[in-house]
Design a protein around this ligand. Sequence first.
Ligand SMILES: C[S@@+](CC[C@H](N)C(=O)[O-])C[C@H]1O[C@@H](n2cnc3c(N)ncnc32)[C@H](O)[C@@H]1O
Length: 266
Amino acid sequence: MSVAAAWNGPVGMHWAAHSERYDAMLAPFDAPLLDAAAITAGDRVVDIGCGSGHTTRMAARRAPRVRVTGVDISAPLLERARALTDLPHVSYELGDAQVHPFEPGGYDVAISRGGVMFFADHIAAFTRIGGALRPGGRLAFVCPQPSPPQSEESATLGLIASLLGRDHAVEGEVAAAMASLSEPERIRRVLGAAGFEDIGTAQVTAAAWWGSDAADAVDFFVSRASGTVVSDATRAAMLEALLPYETADGVLLRAGVWVVSAHRPW
Ligand SMILES: C[S@@+](CC[C@H](N)C(=O)[O-])C[C@H]1O[C@@H](n2cnc3c(N)ncnc32)[C@H](O)[C@@H]1O
């Protein structure tokens, strides 16, 4: 299954059905992203791979008279975004950011919370996004960092993935793309080749919320493994793996991202 088919099929439908949980999980990275975007009054913003539109709406509230367009390849996620949005100056467009007919120079800022890792050709895609920015326009996005392989969180997620047999085709391709911008040297090389300058990669690490308690987090993991029959023994093993991360604030697993910023040349 292609990445586009996955986001229009099981993966996108899962993100749409669980958008509140994904938003809670990714919430620690919202302020760093929006700070890097430095949105000011009257800015025209495009949110690449906007999903259910959480950062699209946050960007619109960031300063007066900001207009935001969320672009996403996933019909189910845009349907969710539209249902959740009751703001003037926010609109959504269905499209593949790699080939989307952006108005040349039509935006002051491009942002993305985890929507730019899935391109087949990153340089071509970022060249197109750069063309949508006015001279001097800003790019800010968040993309996942690989967890340190020796970390307990990484071992826990790896264990859960293997328990669920998550290396199957659907999530496998999306999971592989998820790591496509995990190296800062590659991020700099890609953005430089796409014509961006002043490229910054700042590391942000935070505790990501996976559920109200370990049992709730297990249910969520199981729901992600669509089509996989999960035995009671597997559930019990997952519960045991997650119990050490249960806190008064829910199940918290450390996660790291790169907050990437860049400019289109003047
Ligand atoms: C990890 S989700 C993040 C969604 C959203 N930014 C958020 O933070 O909730 C990745 C998003 O990128 C979108 N996407 C993947 N490839 C895309 C492409 N080529 N053009 C536009 N959107 C794309 C997916 O449909 C999905 O909504």
